[in-house]
Design a binder for this molecule. Structure first.
Ligand SMILES: Cc1cc2nc3c(=O)[nH]c(=O)nc-3n(C[C@H](O)[C@H](O)[C@H](O)COP(=O)(O)OP(=O)(O)OC[C@H]3O[C@@H](n4cnc5c(N)ncnc54)[C@H](O)[C@@H]3O)c2cc1C
Length: 453
């Protein structure tokens, strides 16, 4: 039994689904968003811990060339502030701790020259990729048959170079580097402007954080149409019938004319769709795994490390749980927060420990970096979307070897009346919140064109 008949049904209330909804709302088209969770934001999740303390368990940063995100901040009067980025950074190679300033870690000259060469090579190859058709590069077959790990091993002539570039790339992609195709890595780098932009705070993707947390933006976007959003409504089945498309969710059924899917690929695969998705899309999403990352927060009364000239940033190779650490204190510095990214296999092992052991491991490490004051934390929190039914991992799904050349752009290709959004459908800022917004708006535009036909 149908309980409503909107023209367009949007599956998923993350940034992408809500960006699509915003566009349809502006155009006066009736729509309904069905969201599986009891909140908006999906892979963006701001957790309020106390009245004056929050942490972003999911996406948190924006930076230059993410123009839509800055426009949204301006539109809703949302303030952002610069990520703390002053003082000494830590490089921890096999427990040998060194400090450095700027972006270049203190490694021997030969390794440093090698590192610069590898980065330049990745940048140069990435610039050659056409974002609309990565498979059209003359060497696409060669790039798509090797992993990013293969490339880094081949081009790193010293262990120090390999370790530093590996940790940087793991932080960018949130996976083990043998899990993604070199062609996807090159596409992703170009999509996010450059490796330099992806890796950096200054002039890079980690430049700004949102006052009040990233979820504030998506909540504001949806304020204009609360009655069009239904929570706790996972969509299970979609069927084309003589009277339209029947969408069956846990909170009821709907008939509509068009559907926008704005969910991560593993969740798209679980929706029963009749008649089904294209063979190419079906084959792609069978093996389109999500990255794996956890965010771990040690919370203090103040950012004490700043007084001793530390930035709070650290980079570490295999023997610690964290690839990288950042200062994630609030804008007013009312608290001090150090956030560690644990990624890939390190995240798997870390989250097998009890929360108490995880806290004690992180605290011990922070004492070794920042001194005894690091033992005086007031709270520890961590979170990974890998265990979340409605995310299955993060930051995004990653194309394994062969996927771009075999399946091309089948993921984002619409098949009227079905349209596909989500950050995985983005060409620009693919994998990021900006990409999610752009893909949502693009899918809504396609729907608007199709409705006019
Ligand atoms: C730890 C972490 C750190 C990150 N850091 C950053 C960062 O700093 N900057 C940045 O730009 N990006 C970052 N990202 C990536 C960014 O968060 C995502 O790219 C973006 O939020 C994806 O948005 P989306 O709308 O495409 O998908 P999602 O946010 O995944 O939204 C999909 C929605 O669909 C819902 N859903 C799923 N299945 C169904 C179903 N069957 N029926 C109904 N609803 C369903 C889900 O509940 C979810 O709300 C990070 C991600 C993570 C997890």
């Amino acid at each position: 039994m149908s309980n409503s008949s909107p023209k367009v049904l949007i599956v998923g209330g993350g940034f992408s689904g809500i960006a699509a909804a915003k566009k349809l709302h502006k155009s006066g088209i009736s729509f309904q968003v069905l969201e599986a969770r009891e909140r908006l934001g999906g892979r963006v999740f701001t957790k309020t811990l106390t009245e004056d303390l929050y942490v972003d368990f999911g996406g948190q940063w924006i930076g230059p060339t993410q123009d839509r995100m800055y426009e949204l901040c301006r539109e809703y009067g949302i303030e952002y502030f610069e990520t703390y980025n002053q003082g000494k950074n830590i490089l921890d190679l096999r427990g040998k701790i060194k400090t450095y300033t700027g972006v270049i870690p203190k490694i021997d000259l030969f390794s440093l020259l090698n590192l610069d060469w590898v980065i330049r090579k990745l940048e140069r190859l990435a610039r050659q990729i056409d974002l609309n058709s990565p498979w059209s590069h003359p060497k696409a077959g060669e790039f798509d048959s090797q992993t990013l790990e293969d490339f880094l091993r081949k081009n790193s002539k010293t262990n120090a170079c390999y370790q530093v570039i590996r940790v940087g790339c793991e932080t960018i992609f949130a996976c083990e580097l043998h899990e993604l195709s070199l062609l996807h890595a090159l596409f992703y780098i170009k999509s996010g402007t450059s490796l330099d932009c992806l890796i950096n705070i200054k002039n890079g993707a980690q430049l700004h954080r949102i006052k009040g947390g990233m979820q504030t933006i998506v909540d504001k976007m949806a304020e204009a149409f609360p009655e069009n959003i239904r929570f706790n409504s996972p969509v299970r089945k979609i069927e084309k019938t003589d009277s339209g498309i029947l969408v069956i969710s846990d909170s009821g059924s709907f008939t509509c004319e068009k559907v926008i899917f704005a969910v991560p690929p593993p969740l798209l695969e679980e929706i029963k769709i009749f008649p089904g998705l294209s063979e190419e899309k079906k084959n792609l999403i069978k093996d389109y795994p999500m990255g794996r990352v956890g965010k771990c927060f040690m919370i203090y009364k103040s950012p004490f490390w700043r007084k001793s000239g530390f930035s709070g940033q650290a980079v570490s190779d295999g023997i610690t749980p964290f690839q990288t650490l950042f200062d994630c204190s609030p804008a007013n510095s009312n608290y001090g927060i150090l956030m560690g990214f644990t990624i890939g296999n390190r995240a798997k092992s870390y989250f097998e420990l009890s929360k108490e052991d995880r806290k004690s491991q992180m605290q011990k490490l922070l004492v070794s970096y920042f001194g005894s004051e690091a033992a005086k934390s007031i709270r520890y929190e961590d979170f990974t979307m890998t265990d979340e039914t409605w995310s299955r991992g993060c930051y995004a799904a990653l194309m394994p070897t062969g996927a771009w050349t075999n399946f091309r752009d089948s993921y984002r290709k619409s098949a009227d009346p079905f349209f596909f959004a989500g950050t995985e459908a983005a060409t620009r800022w693919h994998g990021y919140i900006e990409g999610a917004v752009l893909a949502g708006e693009a899918a809504a535009n396609e729907v608007l064109i199709s409705l006019k036909k």
